[in-house]
Write a protein that binds this ligand. Sequence first.
Ligand code: AP5
Length: 233
Amino acid sequence: MIIILLGPPGAGKGTQAQRLEREHGLKQLSTGDMLRAAAKSGTDVGLRAKEVMDRGELVSDDIVVQIIAEALTREECVNGYILDGFPRTVAQAGALDAMLEQRGVKLDAVVEIVVPEDVLVERISGRFACAKCGATYHDTFHRPKTDGVCDVCGAHEFVRRDDDRPDAVRQRLKVYKAQTEPLLPYYRERGILIRIDGDRPMDAVAAEIDRALGIENLEPPECDGDDGTGTAG
Ligand code: AP5
């Protein structure tokens, strides 16, 4: 299954993509995470991308298309994937269509997560993530079960993003409206756009996404130590 998660900054794309990977074995492909990793590793492209990201602007189409083209060749994508933060412009959507056609696969659904702007700002201002595995938390809405310890990997270090400053957030919201919202009619016309009310508790959003995708009864993927009795959703 190939899914796009669309929505403004703070809508919950990363949160739901991480969960879909954990519960359903669909690989999360987050262009934001990949660009932050490139910046951290200090590559030329990464450092230039970081400057753009910190201002709340979009990195060039060429760079992100190349990043995704490389990611789609990975073995871990064979069971399907979730595109989180890509495409973000009409040009990127065209490039994705061409890549999928070349690989002989098709897009199953585009999930738009809808959240009012005041809620987005509140979510972004309280967000932090595990420095080791990237699992996302919130000061109020989603704290780790044990304070200071990541639920997923047990690490003790957390980070906040440089582009979560109020001025960069305002710019990211503007850019979303101007450059990414035009993708909604693009996918609506193809009959694959699903609208989800994201202004509800995470579990309720998760359940609606799974129902809309028809995967609410799908078993989680097998992994080491799993006795196979777990349930999804
Ligand atoms: P990216 O990393 O993709 O950021 P974004 O789209 O701005 O989205 P966010 O990560 O801020 O929000 P999210 O929707 O994932 O929300 P989350 O789940 O974290 O991109 C960053 C930058 O990289 C871009 O600005 C651009 O410069 C560049 N870039 C990336 N892709 C690009 C592309 N394709 N082209 C060009 N440039 C690109 O949730 C937010 C918070 O809310 C968390 O704390 C979470 O715990 C909490 N939360 C989530 N759901 C709920 C809920 N239901 N109730 C309460 N709290 C919730």
